[in-house]
Design a protein around this ligand. Structure first.
Ligand SMILES: Cc1cc2nc3c(=O)[nH]c(=O)nc-3n(C[C@H](O)[C@H](O)[C@H](O)COP(=O)(O)O)c2cc1C
Length: 368
C-alpha cells in the first residue's frame, strides 16, 4: 500500500467518499436473464469484485427503453417490475463494501429498433450497416423522460448513483456528433444545439432524483474521426455538463467506428493510451475525472493519479481478468495480478449473445 499512496487516498465525489481510486468501468456481460432481470450470476460477479476492494462499481449499460436496448440479455430499467432484482444487485455490492452505480443507456442507431437524430447509416461492416429512423420531437421528449424515470428506479432500487452512457457511439454521442446529427431544428447544427439533448437529459435526471443523488457521465472527449466530435467541442461540453450538475466524468474516447481504424487499434493496445486526453478534460473541470483504457497495473494507475491526469481510474477488463486485482495490491502482492491479454474474447462472446468469459480465468483462479 505504501507504494500506492495516491491510489488509496479517499476521493470525494458528490456526496460519496470513495475508499480508494480504483473503480470498475461498465462492462456489458450478457449475464442478465433473457427478460432483462438481474441474474444470480451477475450478482455474484459484481459482489466478488466489491468484496476484493473495488471502491465504486459501475454496472453495465442498462436499457431505459426496451426499444433502445442494443442486445438481448441487457439489464432493463424501463419498468418498475425490474426494481426488486436491481435492488438485490445494489444490496449485494453495498454489503460487500462498494458503491453501486447503474449505467443507463439508449443505443440509438445501434438499438434493436434503430432510432437516431438523423437517418445516417452506420459504417461498421457491410453486413451490419443500419439506417436508423429519425427521431421526432415527441420521441426526443419521450426518451428524455425515460432517462429520468430510469434514474428514479435506480435510486429506488438502492443504487448510490447513476451514470449516463454518453460514449461509445450510442444515442447521446449521436446527438453531439456532427457526423451523425444532421438535424436542422434546435437539436442539430451548432454545438449549442447538438449539446441540447444530453443536457436536457441531465436536467430530466436531476428532476427525478434530486440534487444530492450521484449523477455521473460516461464522456467521450473526442470521436477520433475527422468529421466527428472534436476535443475542442469536448472541452466545452465537459464544462457544460459540470454546470448542469454532473458529479463526475468517466472519459472514454472514440466510438465503434473509430476503434475499427488500424491506427486507433494500434494506439488502443498501449497501456494508459487515454491518460493524455483525459488530462486535457481534467484541466477544464473541477469535478472528478476518471481515466479509462488499458490501465493494466496498479503502478500505471498510481502514475496516472500522481501525474494529475485523472482523479480515479476505471478498469474494465483488468478487473474482469483478475477479480482480486485490488486485494492483491493492498496486500503487497501486485506482482501476482493476472493480466488482461487484450484478446477481446469477452466482447466477442457478448456480441454473439453469449456470456462474457476471460481467457485468463483459469490462471487468476489459481494465482493466490
Ligand atoms: C465486453 C465489454 C463490454 C463493455 N460494455 C460497456 C458498457 O456497458 N458501457 C460502457 O460505457 N463501456 C463498456 N465497455 C468499455 C469498457 O468500460 C472500457 O472502457 C474498455 O474496455 C477499455 O478499458 P479496459 O482496457 O480497462 O478494458 C465494454 C468493454 C468490453 C470489453
Amino acid at each position: 500500500m505504501e507504494t500506492f499512496k495516491a491510489l488509496f487516498r479517499p476521493l470525494k465525489i458528490g456526496s460519496l467518499t470513495l475508499k480508494n481510486r480504483i473503480t470498475l468501468a461498465p462492462m456489458f456481460l450478457c449475464y442478465a436473464n433473457p427478460d432483462g432481470t438481474v441474474s444470480e450470476k451477475m450478482i455474484e460477479f459484481y459482489a466478488r469484485r466489491a468484496k476484493a476492494g473495488v471502491s465504486l462499481l459501475v454496472i453495465e449499460a442498462s436499457a431505459i427503453d426496451a426499444k433502445g436496448a442494443g442486445f438481448s440479455r441487457m439489464i432493463r430499467v424501463d419498468d418498475d417490475s425490474f426494481i426488486s432484482g436491481l435492488g438485490r444487485l445494489a444490496g449485494a455490492i453495498k454489503d460487500a463494501g462498494g458503491y453501486a452505480i447503474l449505467q443507463i443507456y439508449h443505443g440509438g442507431r445501434y438499438a434493436l429498433q434503430p432510432a437516431a437524430p438523423s437517418p445516417v447509416e452506420t459504417y461498421l461492416t457491410p453486413e451490419t450497416k443500419i439506417i436508423p429512423k429519425e427521431m421526432t420531437r415527441d420521441e426526443i421528449k419521450d426518451v428524455r423522460n425515460k432517462f429520468g424515470e430510469a434514474a428514479k428506479r435506480a435510486k429506488k432500487a438502492g443504487f448510490d448513483g447513476i451514470e449516463l452512457h454518453g460514449a461509445t457511439g450510442y444515442l447521446l454521442v449521436q446527438f453531439i456528433s456532427p457526423r451523425t446529427n444532421k438535424r436542422t431544428d434546435e437539436y442539430g447544427g451548432s454545438l449549442e444545439n447538438r449539446m441540447r439533448f444530453p443536457l436536457e437529459i441531465v436536467a430530466s435526471v436531476r428532476k427525478h432524483v434530486g440534487k444530492d443523488y450521484l449523477v455521473g457521465y460516461r464522456f467521450m472527449p473526442d470521436e477520433w474521426l475527422s468529421d466527428g466530435f472534436t476535443l475542442n467541442d469536448g472541452k466545452i461540453f465537459a464544462r457544460r455538463l459540470e454546470k448542469a450538475g454532473v458529479d463526475y466524468l468517466s472519459c472514454n474516447t472514440g466510438t465503434y467506428e473509430s476503434w475499427a481504424l488500424p491506427e486507433i487499434m494500434k494506439l488502443s493496445s498501449k497501456p494508459g493510451y487515454q491518460a493524455g486526453i483525459t488530462h486535457e478534460i481534467k484541466w477544464e473541470v473541477k469535478i472528478p475525472v476518471f481515466a479509462n483504457g488499458r490501465i493494466t497495473t496498479p503502478e500505471l494507475a498510481e502514475e496516472i493519479i500522481t501525474g494529475g491526469k485523472a482523479d480515479a481510474v476505471a478498469l474494465a477488463r483488468p478487473l474482469f481478468a483478475d477479480p482480486e486485482f485490488v486485494r492483491k495490491t493492498i496486500e503487497g502482492r501486485a506482482d501476482r495480478i493476472v493480466k488482461c491479454m487484450n484478446d477481446f474474447i469477452c466482447m466477442r462472446n457478448t456480441m454473439h449473445g453469449m456470456d462474457a468469459i476471460c481467457s485468463q480465468w483459469k490462471k487468476s483462479e489459481s494465482s493466490d
